[in-house]
Design a protein around this ligand. Structure first.
Ligand SMILES: [Zn+2]
Length: 80
């Protein structure tokens, strides 16, 4: 999508295989695989914030209220 940008450095750590969730837990709904359509995730990419929201609109509402900013860059998502 045009205009979308990410911070040049993101907090990171190695992704590790889930060795604790059992097949029984998957069956009973304690854990499951999801998709971007089913679980929208929008993260406020402002420095040291990283809060999660279910839509771009909610991030922008949070930005205005908590950061006093209308900057719509630095939103990290797998939905766009
Ligand atoms: Zn924020």
């Amino acid at each position: 999508m045009a205009g979308l940008s990410l911070p040049s450095v993101l907090p990171s750590k190695p992704a590790l295989q889930d060795t604790t969730t059992t097949p029984d837990q998957l069956q009973t709904g304690l854990a499951r695989v999801t998709s971007s359509a089913e679980t929208p995730i929008f993260i406020c990419g402002f420095k040291a914030c990283n809060r999660l929201f279910p839509s771009r609109d909610r991030v922008m509402f949070h930005r205005k209220r908590d950061h006093d900013s209308e900057d719509d860059s630095a939103i990290i998502t797998w939905n766009e």
